[in-house]
Design a protein around this ligand. Structure first.
Ligand code: NCD
Ligand code: ZN
Ligand code: ZN
Ligand code: ZN
Length: 356
């Protein structure tokens, strides 16, 4: 069976500054192994991507290393309220952190929230990490400023019900859900372990997970929020939040399809069609994934490309497997091997100062 290349609108490539966890090479290799041919990278790196210099640093690394297509988000800060907009064409969009998570980009001042919503061009994507009451505020700001907002990794029954109500009223909101919030709950914490199960938003109750499945029609995108941290970090003193996800996502969706909980069309709508529309992404010609939907196999982090070395889905029996990936006419992944060279991925946005 053949599907289009998947688009993952929420990944952390960790470069610059976190290359021991992942870099543009290992992260985009993991993407191809998971059937993902385009990634949108988050700005909570070290330093954060908040201006033209840091954007250029991230894009230069991507240019020489990436093996799938990509774009880079800009982070909203209190120091780039007006300047950010000038960089919009060169970015995947603007990412705003309204709550605390990994990194230093949390915006504490609500006035900054309003000003970023006002100043960022409404033709360019605006994404928020917003949980609970902050999510409600983000929806209000979309209404007040009459611009689209994309709500990252929603996880709760109360959140999906609020989004449903906002959509029914015509407020321009879209949202994404991660595989871990669809396939894991608080009940899995003891199996995964306390440090390893740290993630933002936290794993939710089984009732929350069920509410996401019951309201699938209001979920626009599946996004992995691929957030690699090493095993040493996850099992150490202050475990940072985040799960790897690129290589387990499509197998999990295909397994759900084999069980009759999703259709292939549900997967493609949320992993290709909707992300392409919401994030204004170009089509990738001659790009597709060859899948064996019947293959039964055991997922193991030992066989992954991500540098982090672990997975919350270790030992899961999957039904459905990626056989090969073709990107712009070239076989780039086949039978477990990457068959393209570093830097063959393309920035899908215009060149910034010649960095394409
Ligand atoms: C992400 C990370 O590690 O960068 N962690 C996470 O738990 N999701 C940050 C984020 O997406 O909130
Ligand atoms: Zn987040
Ligand atoms: Zn997102
Ligand atoms: Zn994230």
């Amino acid at each position: 069976m053949r599907t289009p290349g998947l688009i993952d609108p929420h990944v952390h490539m960790r470069e610059p500054g976190g290359e021991h966890k992942e870099d543009w090479e290992s992260g985009t290799r993991a993407a191809l192994a998971g059937g993902v041919t385009m990634v949108l990278a988050m700005p909570n790196t070290k330093p954060s991507v908040t201006d033209s210099d840091t954007l250029a640093t991230a894009l230069s690394a991507a240019r020489t290393k990436a093996v799938c297509d990509y774009a880079q988000f800009l982070g909203a800060g209190s120091g780039n309220l007006t300047k950010a907009a000038t960089l919009a064409p060169f970015t995947a969009g603007l990412k705003m952190y309204l709550d605390q998570t990994f990194g230093t980009l949390k915006l504490n001042n609500m006035e900054d929230w309003l000003n970023h919503f006002r100043n960022w061009p409404s033709s360019s994507p605006l994404c928020v990490h917003a949980e609970g009451p902050s999510l409600a505020t983000a929806i209000l700001l979309a209404e007040l400023t009459n611009r689209p907002v994309h709500l990252c990794h929603i996880s709760l029954r109360s959140e999906i019900l609020l989004i449903k109500a906002a959509k029914e009223r015509g407020i321009p909101v879209t949202c994404e859900v991660t595989p871990h919030h669809l396939f894991l709950s608080q009940d899995d914490v003891s199996t995964i372990g306390p440090g390893r199960s740290e993630v933002r938003p936290m794993l939710a109750s089984r009732a929350d997970v069920q509410a996401l499945w019951d309201n699938l029609e209001y979920i626009d995108c599946f996004a992995t929020d691929h957030a690699p941290h090493t095993l040493q970090e996850k099992d150490g003193e202050n475990p940072p939040p985040g799960f790897p996800g690129l290589e387990s996502a499509l197998p999990l969706y295909l397994t759900a399809a084999a069980e009759g909980r999703l259709t292939i069309d549900d997967i493609i709508t949320r992993s290709v069609t909707n992300p392409r529309r919401i994030f204004h992404l170009p089509e990738q010609p001659d790009t597709f994934v060859e899948i064996d939907p019947q293959a039964r196999w055991t997922f193991s982090a030992a066989n992954t490309y991500t540098r982090c070395g672990w997975s919350p889905f270790e030992g899961y029996t999957m039904t459905g497997r990626v056989i090969s990936v073709t990107l712009r006419g070239k076989v780039v992944y086949q039978d477990g091997k990457i068959t393209t060279k570093s830097g063959s991925g393309q920035n899908i946005r215009p060149a910034l100062n010649g960095i394409q």
